[in-house]
Design a binder for this molecule. Structure first.
Ligand code: NAP
Length: 247
């Protein structure tokens, strides 16, 4: 299999002036929920590539990617201008270890995310595996303003399907709302606010935790968890914290 396959844009959804979802048809190899691939465009004679997680579950078509249009971002200034039928290069082979295959058995699965990094968790939650393997699943998602809560329909549908298992804990950090915690996730862990909202103890005795977000959020969240006795999962030393830094 080559480095790139040719994909075609199916559609785009613009959630806010910065947040978009891109739907693409492309002949990629099978992947696991939680993994990422690369998208690329040929711009000024150069192929510019960036990594994005799959938001669709492996069985779903088309492929779906959730991205922020970063000002001056070499790829993301061009991505929002793509129209239906236009070409985009997709790396056919997915990568990444933020998958349930690497998560040990536990009673509770905690998925802690910021911004567009909720995407790989939506892919995971759309599969059967978390619901078969865990008694309770917590999805914490932190955004700056309530307008940045994309995928509400997907999340509402997951809540309806798994009402007895899924606890959704929204965080909005830059404005007051009547539905979300106004705090960053690491501070909410330190103060016990996340546990209170989820209605569960956060303890290495019964939990596995997956973290996806920007590098500082990953670092700070990991530190808050380590202060509670969690340690990172490593191939040679099984643990409770699963994360990925690929950007
Ligand atoms: P953002 O929209 O800038 O921020 C979202 C939330 O993260 C805000 O509530 C913000 O709180 C909070 N935050 C910022 N720094 C934090 C910290 N140190 N600890 C805890 N919370 C913190 O989004 P973002 O998280 O930076 O962007 C998403 C990240 O996910 C990017 O780095 C992206 O590369 C990565 N990612 C993307 C994908 C994808 O497929 N698109 C997949 C995996 C990962 P404040 O308002 O207080 O700043």
């Amino acid at each position: 299999m080559g480095r790139w396959v040719e994909g075609r844009v199916v559609s785009q959804k613009r959630w806010t002036p910065e947040l978009y979802s891109l739907l693409v048809e492309a002949p990629v190899a099978p992947f696991q929920a939680g993994q990422f691939t690369q998208l690329a465009l040929d711009i000024a004679g150069r192929r510019i590539a960036r990594s994005y997680s799959y938001v669709n579950a492996p069985r779903e078509n088309p492929l779906e990617f959730y991205y922020t249009a970063v000002p001056d971002g070499p790829l993301t200034t061009s991505l929002p201008n793509l129209n239906e039928g236009e070409r985009i290069w997709v790396s056919p082979k997915a990568r990444g270890t933020l998958t349930l295959a690497n998560v040990a058995p536990a009673s509770h699965l905690w998925l802690l995310s910021t911004g567009t990094a909720v995407g790989p968790f939506l892919s995971i939650l759309k599969t059967d595996e978390p619901w078969q393997r865990f008694e309770r699943v917590v999805l914490a998602h932190s955004v700056r303003t309530s307008s940045e809560f994309a995928y509400r329909d997907t999340i509402t549908s997951l809540q309806e399907q798994h009402a007895d298992k899924l606890a959704l804990v929204p965080f909005v950090t830059r404005e007051d709302t009547d539905f979300a915690i106004r705090s960053r996730i690491p501070q909410a862990i330190e103060r016990g606010v996340l546990e209170q909202a989820a209605g569960l103890d956060l303890s290495p005795d019964n939990a596995q935790v997956m973290i996806c977000g920007n590098n500082d959020m990953i670092k700070d969240t990991r530190a808050a968890l380590e202060a509670r006795g969690f340690r990172r999962n490593r191939r040679d030393e099984p643990g409770y914290i699963h994360l990925e830094s690929y950007y």
